[in-house]
Write a protein that binds this ligand. Sequence first.
Ligand SMILES: [Zn+2]
Length: 79
Amino acid sequence: MIELDIATAVALYLCLTVITLLLLWLFLDRETKPRQYASEKKSIWQCEVCTFTYIDNQHDIISKCPQCGSFNKRKGNAL
Ligand SMILES: [Zn+2]
């Protein structure tokens, strides 16, 4: 068995705990946040004519405004 004095053992224990928590935090944070924002941003549209904001999950490039009936084109990833 490996011999450790108490100071080294405590230091090792603290380092391993902090590293484990940091890794857990990084992985959980990375997996949950981007998916929500990506799906929410993609379905939100703002009409260029009447500035009505609405949700359309079915169309990616062009969507019809339910308020005034005009067609809106997706502009990059701004909205
Ligand atoms: Zn409109």
